[in-house]
Design a protein around this ligand. Structure first.
Ligand code: PMV
Length: 312
């Protein structure tokens, strides 16, 4: 008899407010978007991917996720993804969360808070990353607020050493976002390290981090009030502050400028120095056209209310 496969899906994300500042304890807001990674897991004789040995050097997230789930026999994995890789859209978090979702379902223990915690550990092991925002957003879906403090909508807490993050479900209206990929790749780890150096040395950078925290808190209020015009103005300010921190790129500025006449606001999203920008627009077609004309590769996405789930 052939053992049944379990298919688990997890969404990508964009950071709407607070990237980089979140590393210094400020809040951040991420949105799950309707780009999906689907992982199928089937019990097997040894751990494989598409029936070939699961090589940890080629598949570090999958291998670490398999190791993180104790007490489960070997599996064969298969991955399909709509999320562009290494451009700040949460592809590694989604593949990690979807794999853990499938494995935990095979164990009869599918539980998004536990999956979020395990996925954070896996990302931490593989990339030493600084915050659990991507993995918790892929696990829960919707709009997620990460903060040191605990507020209404609290979902779960993630801890690592002496650091802790409270993860919250945030109300947000339906949103359409236009993404513009610069085609320039930059590593998150190196940028986080660069910002840390700058913040240690430069009071202007410290001030920018604190102001990003305020912008994020104001952004939360604006989202909850459904005030998209205010959300957009705050996105523009956040983009400017991220440029002050040195994580901008001329191509990001170019795509943001192109989107603005058709958008409430636009900014870089994720680690920066390349990767993607995001525009919040009431005319996504016009915004996408303008971004494409300026040289960006566009994707129009919607807020996904759904996080990790298993298709039966
Ligand atoms: O590159 P991304 O989308 O994974 O975002 C990185 C966000 C940072 O705040 C720069 C780092 C972090 O781990 O929060």
């Amino acid at each position: 008899m052939v053992a049944a496969a379990v298919r688990a899906s997890a969404p990508g994300k964009v950071i709407l407010f607070g990237e980089h500042a979140v590393v210094f304890g400020e809040p951040a807001v991420a949105l799950a978007v309707d780009l999906w990674t689907v992982v199928s897991a089937t019990p097997a004789g040894v751990n494989t991917i598409d029936h070939t040995t699961l090589d940890a050097a080629l598949w570090p997230y999958l291998a670490a996720a398999v190791r993180a789930v104790a007490g489960l026999g070997p599996v064969d994995l298969h991955v399909e993804s709509q999320i562009p890789m290494a451009v700040g859209l949460g592809s590694s978090a989604a593949v990690t969360v979807a794999t853990l979702g499938a494995l935990r379902h095979l164990q009869g223990a599918f539980d998004p808070p536990a999956i979020a915690r395990l996925a954070f550990e896996v990302e931490h092991e593989v990339q030493g990353r600084a915050s659990p925002i991507d993995t918790s957003t892929a696990a829960h879906g919707g709009a997620i607020l990460v903060d040191r403090r605990r507020h209404r909508g609290f979902l779960w807490r993630i801890e690592k050493g002496d650091r802790r993050w409270n993860i919250h479900d945030l109300y947000a209206p339906d949103l359409t976002l236009v993404l513009g990929n610069t085609g320039v790749r930059a590593g998150t780890g190196a940028l986080v390290a660069k910002v840390k150096q700058q913040v240690e040395a430069d009071p202007i950078a410290q001030k920018a981090i604190r102001r990003i925290g305020e912008v994020t808190r104001e952004g939360v209020e604006a989202l909850m009030a459904g005030d998209l015009a205010r959300v957009g103005r705050l996105m523009i300010e956040d983009h400017r502050l991220l440029n002050t921190l040195g994580v901008g790129h001329p191509m990001l500025d170019r795509l943001v400028e192109a989107a603005l006449p058709h958008s409430y606001g636009a900014k870089l999203t994720g680690a920066g120095a390349g990767g993607n920008m995001v525009a919040l627009s009431d005319d996504p077609e016009a915004a996408a056209k303008a971004i494409a004309a300026a040289g960006g590769e566009t994707l129009t996405v919607r807020l996904s209310r759904q996080g990790v789930h298993v298709e039966t």
